[in-house]
Design a protein around this ligand. Structure first.
Ligand SMILES: Nc1ncnc2c1ncn2[C@@H]1O[C@H](COP(=O)(O)OP(=O)(O)OP(=O)(O)O)[C@@H](O)[C@H]1O
Ligand SMILES: [Mg+2]
Length: 361
């Protein structure tokens, strides 16, 4: 719009006049008619001009009324042009503010955060889970209940509902949407959409059918994981984590790597889940000081004591998952003697008393 009005302005300028080197606006003189000063004294004036009004004047040979008319048209045109430009500038600014989401658009499907995922109504999700029936309950974590559901399209989903009235939950909800919106990787769980409706805050994920690593390592009544399967899980989750640390820009620190947050496909491909505690780490920062969060047994002691977060904190937690896969032990086991309750302490002690210590890691 701005371009076209600028073009129009250029066009009229070339047709009706041009700016001289001085401050004055020089009206152009139609090329078809010779200047009046050059006409012979007995020449007939151009059609429409009366002899009295056409008498030569000091204004470059133009009659005063004509000059006044042209100046009037010029000023009028300029005012209209300024008006149009001002309108265009204000209109574009207002549209950009809307696009940046300073006032999120209210769609018929619920409130939207301006992100690429779908928004769902509470009704849609209620239907998908059969009224959030207990039969569809997959589990419960710090955030709230997780239900299995089927959308009208036939897509199977996992629906995580935030416990109402939790400020921390609200922060995690926003963080999870913002971070997971940017990441797409085979070894990371993807977000299908979300729902903000009244007090309800719900995240909708792709359904990962084969439970968690925690379930397969420590749960009852299922076959023990084979070594090749453990290796596959370790490799898959390492790839997901390496993507967050090395390939994302800005890099992402997960902050809650643990066996319960690694979901499994039917063929035991691993998918890292739960980005509610994740943080962006800018390239230039070597560490960020934060409130300490995470899960006991997996928490990096350096981060726990200093609050300085680096991607090494995730690597520590991932090391605990690897030890869990190798030993089959829980990271914290209160049934053990005090100095063996923590798996990391137990492994360190064992390490110090075996020939393993000769290995230089
Ligand atoms: N995308 C998913 N597909 C299938 N099951 C899922 C999915 N997300 C979560 N679950 C199930 O829901 C359970 C609860 O998940 P949730 O992340 O809320 O809790 P958690 O990981 O056990 O604890 P925390 O709150 O510390 O993360 C998981 O153990 C898992 O069995
Ligand atoms: Mg979890």
């Amino acid at each position: 719009m701005l371009v076209s009005s600028r073009r129009a302005a250029v066009g009229s300028e070339s047709r009706c006049g041009r700016r001289g080197p001085g401050p004055h606006y020089e009206p152009c003189i139609p090329q078809t008619n010779p200047p009046l000063a050059q006409l012979p004294a007995n020449a007939v004036p151009p059609t429409g001009d009366t002899p009295s009004s056409n008498s030569p004047t000091p204004n470059g040979g133009l009659p005063t009324w004509k000059l006044a008319l042209m100046v009037g048209i010029g000023i009028g045109g300029l005012i209209v042009l300024i008006g149009v430009c001002t309108f265009v500038i204000f209109y574009r600014r207002k549209r950009r503010r809307l696009e940046l989401g300073s006032s999120p658009p209210q769609g018929p499907k619920g409130r939207a955060l301006g992100l690429s995922q779908s928004t769902f109504t509470y009704e849609e999700l209620k239907i998908a889970t059969d009224g959030f029936s207990n039969l569809n309950l997959l589990g419960q974590g710090g955030f709230g209940y997780v239900h299995k559901g089927v959308l009208s399209s036939g897509k199977v989903i996992a629906i995580k509902q935030l416990k109402t009235g939790s400020n921390q939950g609200e922060r995690e909800f926003q963080a999870e949407i913002e971070i997971i919106n940017r990441i797409h990787h085979k070894h990371l769980v993807s977000l299908v959409g979300y729902c903000i409706s009244g007090a309800h805050r719900i995240l909708v994920y792709e359904f990962v059918p084969n439970n968690t690593v925690q379930f397969h390592l420590h749960g009852k009544d299922h076959p023990t994981l084979t070594w090749p399967t453990r290796m596959k899980i370790a490799l898959g989750s390492a790839k997901g984590l390496a993507y967050l640390h090395e390939e994302c820009n800005p890099k992402i620190i997960h902050r809650d790597i643990k066996a319960a947050n690694i979901l499994l496909e039917s063929n035991f491909e691993a998918k890292v889940a739960d980005f509610g505690l994740a943080k962006f780490a800018s390239d230039t920062d070597t560490h960020i000081s934060t409130r300490i969060v995470g899960t006991f047994g997996y928490l990096d002691p350096e981060y726990a004591s200093s609050g300085n977060l680096t991607k090494k904190s995730d690597v520590f937690s991932f090391g605990v998952v690897l030890l869990e896969l190798i030993t089959g032990r829980r990271p914290l086991d209160r049934t053990r003697p005090f100095d063996e309750e923590s798996m990391v302490d137990w492994v360190s002690k064992a390490f110090a008393h075996t020939s393993l210590r000769r290995w230089q890691f």
